[in-house]
Design a protein around this ligand. Sequence first.
Ligand SMILES: Nc1ncnc2c1ncn2[C@@H]1O[C@H](COP(=O)(O)OP(=O)(O)OP(=O)(O)O)[C@@H](O)[C@H]1O
Ligand SMILES: [Mg+2]
Length: 262
Amino acid sequence: MRRVIFNQKGGVGKSSIVCNLAAISASRGYKTLVVDLDPQGNSTQYLLGLKDEKLRHTIADFFEQSLSFNLFSKEPKDFVHKTPFANLSVMPSSPLLDELEHKLETKHKIYKLRDALKSLGSIYERIYIDTAPAMNFYTRSALIAADRCLIPFDCDAFSQRALYSIHSEIAELSEDHNRDLVIEGVVVNQFQPRVKLPQALIEELMSDGYKVLPDYLGQSVKMRESHGASKPLVYFAPEHKLTKQYEALFDRIEDVQLPLEV
Ligand SMILES: Nc1ncnc2c1ncn2[C@@H]1O[C@H](COP(=O)(O)OP(=O)(O)OP(=O)(O)O)[C@@H](O)[C@H]1O
Ligand SMILES: [Mg+2]
């Protein structure tokens, strides 16, 4: 299973959702990999707790290697780092992703990630991909590499508008390059049950035919604290309401019958 979390809008909860679902997956005993394709590196920071250290063997190094033929080139697994959490690994991001993007695009390396993640599928039972808030080369690579896609929605009117264009862009890309991609639905994040607007926006989405997953993620300061501690919620606050909501979301998306890796 290779799941990408994407929304072109910034700050809707992509990295939080990737890392927390991946941590729950790992805590349930699945060998789990997070692939951080955002040069901001928020997922990398969250899971590895790095401050200013420069990492070697990042996802940028993986892509750079694909630009020139080398007899001694590394395998995808050589770019994977262990996190402090059992069963949870990460292919870390790097600011170099920005510099490489143009070259990768012109040399048509759009399928490199798909090939790498397919081969890593024999080691990792669950792969979660974090993307930048942009439809760039890396996001397209991720949407081509994945077989599942979740779209976070932060209950804001601008987000609602963004969702319409995102959905059609993903559908077009899937039609052209990845017929196996299943859009699992919209994940409601930072939901405030006592405020009217979020509920009204969600109802509009549903009446427009969007599949909104019924397990809403509430708003809590615990999320920021968990980022600060570099500890996903399932380890940082296992009994917290938001953690329970994440677990319910995880159980729902796991419930779907997944095709076997080939
Ligand atoms: N359920 C939540 N409750 C409270 N705060 C949250 C919640 N989810 C995310 N946040 C906060 O919102 C901010 C944005 O979250 P996050 O970084 O996960 O979004 P993103 O979509 O990955 O952002 P970007 O587009 O910049 O990559 C962070 O400060 C995070 O702590
Ligand atoms: Mg992010």
